[in-house]
Design a protein around this ligand. Structure first.
Ligand SMILES: NC(=O)c1ccc[n+]([C@@H]2O[C@H](COP(=O)([O-])OP(=O)(O)OC[C@H]3O[C@@H](n4cnc5c(N)ncnc54)[C@H](O)[C@@H]3O)[C@@H](O)[C@H]2O)c1
Length: 97
């Protein structure tokens, strides 16, 4: 399954992405790597995900609506976090028109 994981460089998102990849899913991560705490820690997490088959990522803000719609059209996630569902719906409405 193609799954969008928001905030994949953070503590929770990283572990979620790791488990999903281990289970054989394709994961697209979305994070802008804020500096709320040491960014090197996030880079180390990313290094662990980067080489895994099925992982790709976008360095972007959740608030970047146009970028997100493009991501939805390109990656076509089958699972998204509940808070992102309206964005996926707008992407499919846009492709239908
Ligand atoms: N870690 C915990 O034990 C815990 C427990 C309960 C609730 N939470 C909540 O879960 C959420 C995630 O927790 P965490 O520990 O993984 O946090 P984290 O700070 O480790 O990770 C959050 C990630 O989100 C990214 N991010 C933040 N705003 C973004 C935006 N607008 N666009 C793109 N990326 C953005 C950051 O760059 C960061 O990598 C938080 O809201 C936290 O309050 C965490």
């Amino acid at each position: 399954m193609r799954i969008l994981v928001t905030c994949h460089a953070g503590f929770i998102g990283f572990h979620v992405a790791k488990v999903l990849l281990r289970e054989g899913h394709a994961v697209h991560g979305l994070d802008f790597l804020n500096d709320y705490y040491d960014v090197n820690l996030k880079h180390r997490r990313l290094a662990q995900l980067q080489d895994q088959h099925g992982f790709c990522k976008t360095h972007a803000y959740l608030e970047d609506h146009e970028g997100l719609l493009a991501l939805f059209e390109r990656f076509r996630p089958e699972k998204v976090p509940p808070s992102m569902r309206w964005k996926r719906q707008s992407a499919s409405q846009r492709s239908a028109s």
